[in-house]
Ligand binder design. Structure first.
Ligand code: 3PG
Length: 203
């Protein structure tokens, strides 16, 4: 099954304290969001992925902010089950192809999307979604590129997610609003679970 169809929302998480990884993942899964993207933006990201993969088997944990082949190797060896990149270079897409796990390469323009589609990659992260044109932009792609589907991410919130999810070329959306930094720092897992359950009900 496609990554885009597993849940309406992929939480994009920035983990500062590795101890928060497992309870956070449990709260997201309990709320109904089993697909979790841990961004490789903090020193503990790799360990966070490893702990979630080992201790929360019902979560489908992946790595985000993947930019290099080294990132890919580290993420996959930590247990990442999918990979997400903010944009795509030729070297990166070749490395993603060889990674052995599903991936969502980032694209923000028609030419980038076409270059990936030419390689047969037709499920993409549209990033940065709001800044790059948002819902009207994605709607404009439906005519010329009807076979490409997206996970728009970047600037999307609970209030704007439904508009994206209503588009035929959107499988799911990504966003960080489910795991606010203050909730993670405070260990407020019931808040995370509530945000997740509201997002899981969006479709
Ligand atoms: C990402 O890496 O995809 C974005 O940082 C997530 O965007 P958001 O924080 O605006 O949801």
């Amino acid at each position: 099954m496609s990554l885009l169809d597993l849940a309406p929302v992929i939480p994009v998480v920035v983990i500062e304290d590795v101890e928060s990884a497992v309870p956070m993942a449990r709260a997201l899964v309990a709320g109904g969001l089993p697909v979790i993207e841990v961004t490789l933006r903090t020193p503990v990201a790799r360990e966070a992925i490893a702990r979630i993969a080992a201790e929360v088997p019902e979560a489908n944990v992946g790595a985000g902010t993947v930019r290099t082949s080294e990132d890919i190797a580290e993420a996959v060896s930590a247990g990442a089950r999918f990979l997400v990149s903010p944009g795509t270079t030729l070297a990166l897409v070749e490395a993603l192809d060889s990674s052995g796990v599903p991936y969502l390469p980032g694209a923000g323009t028609v030419s980038e999307i076409m270059a990936l589609a030419e390689r047969g990659v037709k499920e993409l992260k549209f990033f940065p979604a709001e800044a790059a044109g948002g819902i009207p932009y994605l709607k404009s792609l439906q005519g010329p590129l009807p076979d490409v589907r997206f996970c728009p991410t970047g600037g999307i919130r609970a209030e704007t997610a439904p508009g994206y999810l209503a588009l035929a070329n959107v499988g799911c959306v990504g966003g960080s609003w489910l795991t606010p930094a203050d909730a993670l720092a405070a260990g407020d897992w019931s808040r995370v679970e509530k945000l997740a359950s509201e997002a899981a009900a969006l479709r």
